[in-house]
Design a binder for this molecule. Sequence first.
Ligand SMILES: Cc1ncc(COP(=O)(O)O)c(C=O)c1O
Length: 367
Amino acid sequence: MQGFPTELPVDGIGDAAAFALFSRAIQSRSAKLGDLHALAHMDPPPLDIAARLVGLNAEFNQNMLHREVSPFATEVEVRVIDWLAPLFGMRCGHFCSGSTLANLTALWRAREAGAQCVVASADAHISIAKAAHILGMPFRAVAVDAHGRLDRADLGDVKEAAVVLTAGTTGRGVIDSLEPVACRWIHVDAAWAGPLRLTQFSGRLDGIEHADSVAVSAHKWLYQPKESAIILFKSQDAQDAISFGGAYLAAPNVGVQGSRGAAAIPLMATFVALGRKGLAALIERNMAHAEALAALIAEDARFELKQPPETAVLNWRLVNGSAESMLAKLSGTSSRTQIDGALWACQVAANPNADIARIWAQIVAAI
Ligand SMILES: Cc1ncc(COP(=O)(O)O)c(C=O)c1O
């Protein structure tokens, strides 16, 4: 933070100087997610059309809480939800700032529907246990099978539960079986892999239409800047139970967040600019990248590949040698995860600009 004030400034340096100071720091001290070697996390480089419109939205300080001051944004949100919900067999929904909130919203709705507890696999995202905690609902983690999918044999009695199935686990990118479960509420956390529904890999999410609610992070595999996610519901009136009117509101406030920005505008613009085909092509390129890197790893005796990538998430480790020191050298190219108590490298092919030959060379050089 050299060059930045340590105390709350009394006198300002002016807009131009402050902008220059902060933009230099952002550019020099943030990972370049679109670089040729970037392949570490579920954070793609945002599309230019989306990033620019986030800036324009900010200039108008759109607030989805007050539709009378954001009439265009309100109509856009309805339209985008109408476009996306049917892909998942859902009927309505709204935007929120991330799937942590989308999952909380879904489980809140499940509790209103009578769910007594929350059940999810041990590999479900931490936001599920966190939501259960906030909602005062007991949480039970079910074992995963050898592939990392929720082990249905360990599900037990879930008649009164909200069961969360994950489509694209954070550590291994696997999709739980989405076959129906006899329970109070089925929520599918499709934060990561939901957008596969737009692609030739759509069938990997078959069964998602049995869910009562689905969460998708648009700031992950729909290449939107943060904070953009969607919670979708099967029943048209599902949002009524989580809506609150107020004397100062022209329309009830739906969901957990109060004021929120117009994240639907950049997403709709992305669809208008690229078309469904264009977006699918980006995601399919990521899938091809993951396959290509997995093949290189699988063919090299120095490495162990955990499993073929199902949703562009790869896990591998060195057969001999220190994973710690190697991962330190691969920062930005690779992240990490624990599987059965052991450290594995984790890569998420979320960057359409990635150069797999260059990434492979970096991995080999780091041994
Ligand atoms: C499976 C899964 N669910 C939920 C989340 C939380 O999403 P967000 O970071 O959008 O709050 C993540 C984040 O990585 C995730 O991988």
